[in-house]
Design a protein around this ligand. Structure first.
Ligand code: SF4
Ligand code: SF4
Length: 115
């Protein structure tokens, strides 16, 4: 189980992806942390699914990378679909392109709101 990880880090040295990239977020231990936070990241697609991490893990952690990838794809697709529907509702097109000057001004105001 993913929750059995004790964060020892043995898996990192066995992982070809980590050895190539040298980033914690792209290591088996990093994946477990990202998955526990349900992060929506394409980093999961860098895994070669070689299972070398499972071989050396003292806690027998075996994460299902395909299942994690399906979750990420589903969440990205859901967000994209929601954005397209919002754009159609608001601007009458899927691209979110404002058709009147008033809409363009509102779009500029909205985009600077978080700055
Ligand atoms: S070797 Fe196993 S227990 Fe240790 S950090 Fe990696 S997944 Fe967690
Ligand atoms: S299965 Fe993925 S995370 Fe595990 S060692 Fe192989 S490349 Fe690394």
């Amino acid at each position: 189980m993913i929750h059995d990880c004790n964060e020892c880090g043995y898996c990192k040295e066995a992982c070809p992806m980590y050895r190539a990239i040298l980033k914690e977020t792209e290591s088996p231990r990093g994946f477990i942390k990202l998955e526990n936070k349900e992060q929506k990241t394409t980093k999961f697609f860098n895994c070669a699914n070689c299972k070398a991490c499972k071989e050396v893990c003292p806690s027998n952690v075996d994460f299902d990378i395909e299942k994690i990838r399906q979750r990420v794809i589903y969440e990205i697709e859901t967000e994209s679909s929601r954005r397209v529907l919002e754009n159609v509702k608001r601007y009458g097109n899927p691209y979110g392109v404002a058709e009147t000057e008033e809409e363009t001004n509102k779009q500029s105001t909205d985009s600077t709101k978080d700055l």
